[in-house]
Write a protein that binds this ligand. Structure first.
Ligand code: TZD
Ligand code: CA
Length: 528
């Protein structure tokens, strides 16, 4: 008779969840006992890194990823990064070991008291099975829920004395279940959208991360071209849903109410696909929209539609909707004038001993192959990044979706594990890097060939910018001088180089792309 552990591994195998990202403790060892040979365990040295790696892996593969954390403390360490998984809708199946069932009530050491409440409201669903018999079914529920629309992270706490118990015979049904969800918008909905789109004279598209998540980038291009509509990426982007080289690409919408309104001036219809309306950041209150404009939002996420402060909502899978629209929208023969409206790129000047961030991103773009994947967590330089990076293929960009730092550096490891055939470049700020630095060890240990470029300007640049916006004057806690990333890299056994000028950076990148191992390039920059 199979044990609960064996039944669980069979279930995970059936769902393709054969990579376990984790950091173990005493509560987890009985789950990991007799670890099957066809499974991989990827050890992260901090749970934030484990969650971020799994998140990068899930987003890049387009499938659920499995995480195993240690009790409440390990879960807590993972929760900062988990704030991103909510908004990137990453289907993470996060498990944690619980103390022995009969002892949790006494609150013995490492008991995860009220475990199922711990990760709320970040997880879509969380549970602790009521008995050992129900562990496999609870995990099956978690796996399905994580992936069913709208996808998102789930959490299951399992007492460790459950794993060696016999699994009920009926458990075998679980591995045979085949679940499909509705994958097409209705004809009525499509027709309504079509009529409104075709009636518009000057439509504009705003695309969000779910377009890339559903690999609908090409369909979005076809819809934009047929409508003659230019394309913005929705504010605070976590992914790149549209080729940045397309003449109709306008860039990333600024993340404040007033700038968005200004960007929409001159248009009569905004079609938002696969994004919330909107993920504003800087508070610049005012009217949301110019007069007389109509906003249509297509999303597969009921919450995203329900919470929008304006616009009409269409609840439907974004990939299928864009593909269907691409088939039916008539070509107007009208060229999007976007290219003309995009300001010319002006590169900031380097200084002696410190590059402008523009130099870093432009030099990477010149050295990188066309199918390069970027993971970016360099906060004050986002605009510079988007001006210079070239991203053409789906799945070319990942960034922390809620702004929770500690995602980028480890997520790059997860993305690279998912895409051995593409090269991942992680552009990470010196401040951000420290929240996930231990992932360097995982990259070295498992030979994951990420090129880590640390932009070292010695400060929390984005916060410096906010002090101006909020008019606070100088505050404490803004500078982080004196950190050597080459020495940190050496400690984690990742080869590294420190560069402070464009020639040395270009040489370091050429070497890095020619090689097949992880490399860290510490790029000395200044805050602009
Ligand atoms: N802690 C966490 C987990 N997430 C955060 N977003 C912050 C703190 C606050 N924070 C920001 O929102 S941006 C930022 C911090 C500390 C500075 C990041 O500095 P950096 O990049 O060096 O990575 P820049 O380009 O210098 O801003
Ligand atoms: Ca910085």
């Amino acid at each position: 008779m199979a044990t609960v552990r064996e039944a669980t591994f069979e279930l995970l195998r059936r769902h393709g969840l054969t990579t376990v990202f984790g950091n173990p403790g005493s509560n987890e060892l009985l789950f990991l006992k007799d670890f099957p040979e066809d499974f991989d365990y990827v050890l992260a040295l901090h749970e934030g890194a484990a969650v971020a790696m799994a998140d990068g892996f899930a987003q890049a593969t387009g499938h659920a990823a499995f995480v195993n954390l240690h009790a409440a403390a390990g879960t807590g360490n993972g929760m900062g990064v988990l704030t991103n998984s909510v908004y990137s809708k990453s289907p993470l199946v996060i498990t944690a070991g619980q103390q022995v069932r009969a002892t949790v009530g006494q609150e013995v050491m490492l008991a995860n008291v009220d475990a199922s409440l711990l990760t709320r409201p970040l997880t879509k669903w969380s549970a602790e099975p009521l008995c050992a018999d129900d562990v496999p079914r609870t995990l099956s529920q978690a796996i399905h829920l994580a992936s069913l629309p709208a996808p998102g992270p789930v959490y299951v706490s399992v007492p460790y004395d459950d794993w060696d118990k016999p699994a009920p015979a009926e458990t075998s049904h679980l591995t045979q279940r085949h679940v499909v969800s509705d994958v097409r918008p209705s004809d009525e909905m499509l027709n309504d959208l079509l009529v409104r789109l075709e009636a518009a004279e000057r439509p504009v598209l705003v695309l969000g991360p779910d377009v890339d998540a559903e690999r609908a980038n090409e369909a979005a291009v076809r819809v934009a071209e047929a409508l003659g509509a230019p394309v913005w990426i929705a504010p605070s982007p976590a992914r790149c849903p549209f080729p940045t080289t397309h003449p109709g690409f306008l860039g990333v919408l600024p993340a404040d109410v007033t700038s968005v309104r200004e960007a929409f001036e001159g248009h009569d219809l905004v079609l938002v696909v696969g994004a919330p309306v909107f993920r504003y950041h800087h508070h610049r209150p005012g009217a949301y929209l110019p007069p007389g404009i109509c906003v249509l939002q297509v999303s597969g996420d009921p919450s995203e539609i329900a919470r929008a402060p304006f616009g009409d909502g269409y609840l439907a899978p974004v990939g299928a909707t864009l593909s269907a629209l691409a088939e039916v929208v008539g070509h107007r023969g009208q060229d999007a004038t976007a290219a003309a409206r995009r300001p010319a790129v002006v590169r900031g000047a380097d200084r002696v001993g410190a590059m402008h961030p523009d130099t870093v991103f432009a030099t990477i773009a010149a050295a990188a192959p066309d199918d390069v994947v970027y993971v970016n967590e360099s906060t004050s330089t986002a605009q510079s990044f988007w001006q210079h990076a070239r991203m053409v293929e789906p799945g070319s960009f990942y960034s922390p979706a809620s702004g929770g730092l500690g995602f980028g550096l480890p997520a790059a490891v997860g993305v690279q594990l998912a895409h051995p055939e593409r090269r991942v470049v992680a552009t990470i700020g010196d401040g951000s890097a420290n929240f996930g630095i231990t992932a360097l060890w995982t990259a070295a240990r498992y030979h994951v060939p990420v090129i880590f470029v640390i932009l070292n300007n010695g400060t929390y640049g984005a916060l410096r910018r906010f002090t101006r916006h909020l008019d606070t004057g100088e505050t404490p806690g803004l500078d982080v001088p004196g950190i050597s990333f080459t020495r940190l890299a050496e400690g984690y056994d990742v080869p590294s180089e420190r560069v402070d000028n464009v020639d040395d950076l270009a040489n370091a990148l050429t070497k890095a792309f020619a090689g097949t191992s992880p490399v860290l390039i510490e790029a000395i920059t200044y805050f602009d």
